[in-house]
Design a protein. Sequence first.
Length: 762
Amino acid sequence: MTWVGKALARKEDHRLLRGRGRFTADVRRTGLLHAAFARSPVAAARIGAVRAPDTRAVHAVFDAESLGCADVLATLHRPEFVSTPMPVLARDRVRYAGEPFAIVLAEDAYTAEDGAELIAVAQEPLEALASMCAALAGEPIHEGLTANTFLDVFPFEDPDIDRVFADAYTVELEFRSARVAALPMEGRACLAEWDERDEQLVVTVSTQVPHQVRTAIAESLWLPERQVRVLAPDVGGGFGLKCVVGREEIAVAAAAYRTGRAIAWSEDRVENLTASFHGHEQRHLVRAAFDEQGRLLALDADIRCDVGAYSVFPFTSGVEPLMAATELPGAYRVPRYRARARGIATNKPPTAPYRGVSRPQIVAVMEGLMTEAGRVLGIDPVEVRRRNLITEFPYTGVNGITYDPGSYTESLDRCAELLAGEERGPLRGIGFACFNERTGYGTEAFAARKMEFTPGYEIANARMDPSGTVTVITGTSAHGQGHETTLAQVTADRLGLHPDQVRVRQGDTEATPYGWGTFGSRSAMIGGSAVRSAADRLADRIRRIAAHLLEVTEEEIELSDGKALGRDNSITLADLARLSHFQAHRLPKGVEFGLEVQAGFDVSGSGTFSNATHGVVVELDPETGAVRIPRYVVVEDCGTVLNPSIVDGQVRGGVAQGIGAALYERLHYEESGQPEVASLMDYLAPTAQEIPDIEIHHLETPCLFNETGAKGMGEGGTIGAPAAVLNAVNDALSHTGVRISEIPIRAETIQRALEGACTIRT
Ligand code: MCN
């Protein structure tokens, strides 16, 4: 019996679906104080002294000075990057509407919020730079910046590229994507308390990266890391928003340290939409040169990312522009490439690596170019893709990335075949998106970004207790992905156990090995491989002990069904574990004490790429401009699938987010930097009504760099959907001559296009 590959129901759902989960806001302490933040009402101003409200209801108020924290500094070691500190509470200057400048503590959350509203601060307004255009023309918003670019890189140059364009068919595209919110069901939240006995600040926080939160808090408070313990209990979604450290989390920890009281904070939806981290506001000006057969000859891109007012810890504001420029060629062979990428500072909240990180944008760009090239050259756009997809692996691209084997053409062909019978015509269109997704970046791949904090490796512990059940402890930190199930499946197979006999533990810096957390679709590939190695080490030790007890060789021992089987005898793992712990004198000489091992995993080179093709059918309503999606097909390849139902759930959730980005979601700001979207009445997230059934088909090209064969896939749905929907809408509009290259696609734009076509005809 093997468990990997089985659609085992998620173990964590037992508690989560019965209300037995424990989220940060469920944790309560006696004498708990609640925190609220006083936030800037304007996008740009110099600020003076903070005046606390004259009310006894408020327990304490801290501003930047009285809280006394070191600024947060996220650094890239590259000359094109300007490091700018982020104060934990704004000091001297506010740079976006919603920026916190004081923390208020009170006996309950309502009083704390009322107190925060009464806080006064002297303000001298400054010109707000709320768009990339305004920012590039305006005064720097941080000392040390010129032209408001945190990062301005030309990572790929080609002096001869213009010559190539001069002799080729050129397709140009200006693509824009709106600023969006990650929108986890559970907003950010934390509870910090000073443990007098252990002399330790214990911080429960809704995060994807417990160890990075620990570093940020320890550094801000000048504490050694051992004096900070970070716990991530159940986390109600993160989507990248929680893989960076919020200044509120540091402020709450600092307030607990200063007062000695337990302090809790839970973000409300207004704060989540206006004052947390956003993503994906980008503009790409791209031209591509094709020969008359539709083969791509060159690509030239100018990429601008509005990364907001601060560089986030630990990834920095370089994450979106660097990802976009490095990965733009994607699944295609691009012989020549030139790119410039900028991370532009504006008076808006900072951006975090929201699910997909620039890949929804670059895939929309590449897929837009392929479709347009097909139209210009009179070649079926699916055929244009086929002619350009990478077909021989490993393939090293012009961007220096080496792509491991995948099923690029197969997934396109399969998807096209599945949609072959679908009708097209005015108001009904079909769109495709082919892409690859780099997953499981190892240390070497991350090091190319030149971050001060370079993630990559992962470590796992596996421990069998005296009753023969196993606990696996990893530094990855699930927040909805189902690791308790999939990592148990991997472990169970190696030890001949049932997954119910394996417990997966994460999210406690005191208990887990040092780890980088969960982001970048890394946990199956990197974390899962560390778990498998640890389980193998444990199995080796068990086999050694069993061989001794059963008087056979280690090679003869098989672990199966909760037993170590010898030639014609056996011992249950429960008996073996009991004996190993309580009768250590019966162990073979030289075997280490206990049944506890540790193993790490990293991958060298470019990492591993999963791939997929999304195909979608859309119907347009000429009256309302609404887009209906009667059919959505995904053909994806993430190597060996550990758990098909979890993978399908990830794809569905991702596609839903991608459809949201394609058709609805937009955090709009006025020129003054005021957010126009502050509630879910204004921020249109798709509901079950807008999301179609999603057909999912799998291809499996096992990963060559690990033993499990699994590649990651947690972001794929989000990556493919905007491009596929955009192409389908443009297909349905092809009779109008209008091509949309902006997401979200707005109903008014579709209406106008259809009305225009109607006028021309009559
Ligand atoms: N898996 C599998 N077989 C594979 C690959 C993955 O069974 N070949 C399983 C994994 O074991 C894991 C899940 O699928 O249970 C996702 O695995 P992986 O692709 O490694 O991604 P991570 O676990 O590292 O998750 C990160 C990814 C990212 S970057 C974001 S953002 C994201 C996402 O996953 N945010 C999510 N999925 C989310 N799902 C939920 N519910 N909530 C979020 O906030």
